[in-house]
Design a protein around this ligand. Structure first.
Ligand SMILES: Cc1cn([C@H]2C[C@H](O)[C@@H](COP(=O)(O)OP(=O)(O)O)O2)c(=O)[nH]c1=O
Length: 253
């Protein structure tokens, strides 16, 4: 019988994966898909929406006749509220996964808050917020989903649940690319069909799935969505058609 060793890269265990990027880049779509794929491959995972409250505060602001959350609270107060709410959300998510042993699939992480501060002109808070967020471990892998700001804008308009301006999305896009930690992000071109993007994300994470990870019993569970089928399962991951270069995995714990 095969022994399951969990979701591992060498001796390290996959605990946290983060998806970051501007609004409309596809984080939520891909994070849900990734959590489902991990679970289907026998690696229990939980999706976490690490919201900063900007969307629901924006809806509240609308009801009160203000244009958005920032119009309601003011820029600095909004950035601080967002930073606190996101900090709490990340802390709860990490604690939950610590107790359950599940992989945390993070829809946004600390870097999103640093980018938000920069894109909203709140740089003077960055040192303070970074100090507060330093308690959080680096995710083993952080995917930066990239789409042209104009495409992100179109998607948000179609979604219809919130609003972002094109200049803001452009500033946020630049902020992500220029964060000091950006060299450690795995960039993923999100301006492609969602299936293709999901496959590339899974291909990067395939390095973490031990060969011992086959489930004990044969049957439907043996399907491993990391790879497209039994024939290609024997092909080295670097040779698969959707990989664009060496598999990039960040610092291991
Ligand atoms: C991933 C993806 C999403 N969408 C849609 C779904 C959503 O309504 C919207 C934004 O996607 P979403 O996953 O919510 O992005 P984010 O979490 O980064 O804000 O765009 C597309 O039209 N094409 C895509 O390839």
């Amino acid at each position: 019988m095969a022994r399951s060793t969990g979701t591992r890269y060498g001796t390290a265990r996959l605990r946290t994966v983060a998806l970051i990027g501007v609004d409309g880049s596809g984080k939520t779509t891909q994070a849900h898909r990734l959590a489902e794929a991990l679970a289907a491959a026998g690696h229990p995972a939980t999706y976490h929406r690490n919201a900063g409250g900007r969307r629901w505060l924006g809806r509240a602001a609308h009801r009160l006749g203000r244009p958005d959350a920032q119009g309601l609270l003011g820029r600095d107060a909004m950035l601080l509220v967002e930073s606190v709410l996101r900090w709490l959300a990340i802390a709860m998510a990490l604690l939950g996964c610590l107790f359950t042993g599940r992989v945390a699939v993070m829809d946004r992480y600390a870097a999103c808050q640093y980018a938000s501060l920069r894109a909203h002109g709140g740089q003077r808070w960055e040192r303070l917020i970074r100090a507060a967020y330093r308690v959080f471990p680096q995710p083993q892998v952080t995917f930066l989903l990239t789409v042209p700001p104009a495409e992100a804008y179109r998607r948000i308009e179609r979604r219809g649940t919130d609003q972002e301006s094109l200049p803001y999305l452009t500033a946020a896009d630049l902020a992500y690319r220029t964060l000091p930690e950006s060299p450690s992000f795995v960039p993923i071109d999100g301006d492609r069909p969602a299936d293709q993007v999901a496959r590339e994300i899974r291909a990067h994470l395939a390095e973490w799935v031990s060969v011992d990870d086959e489930p004990d019993e044969p049957g439907p569970q043996r399907y491993r969505p990391w790879l497209p089928g039994p024939v290609t399962a024997l092909v080295p991951i670097h040779a698969l058609p959707w990989t664009t270069g060496p598999v990039a995995i960040q610092a291991r714990p």
